[in-house]
Design a protein around this ligand. Sequence first.
Ligand code: EPZ
Length: 418
Amino acid sequence: MGMYIINGGNRLDGELHIEGSKNAVLPILAASIINGRQSVIHNVPYLKDVKTMIDVLETIGCTCSFEGDTVIVNSVGDLDINIPEKPVREMRSSIILMGVMLGRFKKVKISFPGGCEIGLRPIDLHLTGLRLLGAKIVESHGYILCECDKLYGNEIHLDYPSVGATENIMLAAVSAEGVTIIQNAAREPEIVDLQNFLNKMGAKITGAGSSTIKIEGVKKFHDAEHTVIPDRIVAGTYSVAAAITQGRIVIRDIIPEHIKPILLKLEESGCKINRYDSDIVISSSGRHNAIDIIKTMPYPGFPTDMQAQMMALMCTAKGTSIFIETIFENRYKHAEELIKMGADIKIEGRAAIVKGVNNLMGAHVFSKDLRGGAALVLAALAADGTTIVDNVDTHIERGYENMDLKLKSLGADITKEK
Ligand code: EPZ
């Protein structure tokens, strides 16, 4: 399970390189199946979820190497169309293998990913999109069997700008006959990174980053080499670490535009932020201002993956902040753990009312999901006394590369215990 032991009160001061994006590299690893050749992918973060995806690729027949921050995948030959069940259960995002396998092998069997800690996580939009491309999909006994003679381009209007559904449809449509238009597509930077990787292997995609994406199917693909974008949520998380400890951190190797909605809220709370081409310097002093409303929205709105971290900061702000979580139906599990630390939080459905208290107190708390766990670490950095954040192996280390070592390098008093 693993736990972090944190003695709060240290101001963080120093500089930090931000690793590659988990949510960009996972679909890109899946996409490396498409070309049936070699893909060289740089700036890959060393995370549990990345290792899980690499294991899946190897299990179905790819050969992979992971040296430093570079992953090389060779997907030549016939791959097993049966996606192993365990990794899909452990990592829902494996569901994007449906689109690539359907596109290349016209058949795939994968277990239903099911829900997770933050919600039911349905995949109806994925399945509707693939059916519109010509897939016959049968769901039975917890499995999904997709087959097609051929995929044909089509016009697909998503009821909701789902990130995963947009990715799955793109990953299938690149091999379809004809043109596919995705309307009301997700606009996240990770979608743009996937488009750029796919185009490097010979796909013809335009429009990623906007609500309308056009994909012209192609027959042949070639080798590809790509460098993954930096992780905007990791950058946002360490930005909050500077804010909550009233410290100063130079955050390097990021794309400031990608974290604009986060930085604007941090400035509203009283942080000072200098922006450069690929770095920011964030500093803070004194008690933060509360923020009237923090409403999570699809990109470029305030990201749901930063809701918990921002709540940790608002727990000791001057005044009351109201969070509205519009994306996932069960994403306040960190609130009860923050309350154990002395926070004043009331949950009303999708709203969380956070009344600032003078300070939080150390306690033994449990991470319940990836970003909620990160929020507990942030709260512990500023709390009075010692905090134990439990279950870090299960959650936090899925999405943050060496979080304890990075925080320690900035002056945090943090140790990891098995
Ligand atoms: C991606 O999840 C990210 N994961 C999530 O990050 C992120 O929170 C989310 O996008 C929103 O930005 C990865 O990229 C691996 P969605 P995804 O499909 O694709 C509903 C993290 O912490 N929906 O945009 O699953 C769904 O229930 C993770 O790194 C349907 O109803 O998100 C949710 O309410 C957590 N039907 C909303 O859309 C569908 O078919 C957003 O889901 C699909 C989604």
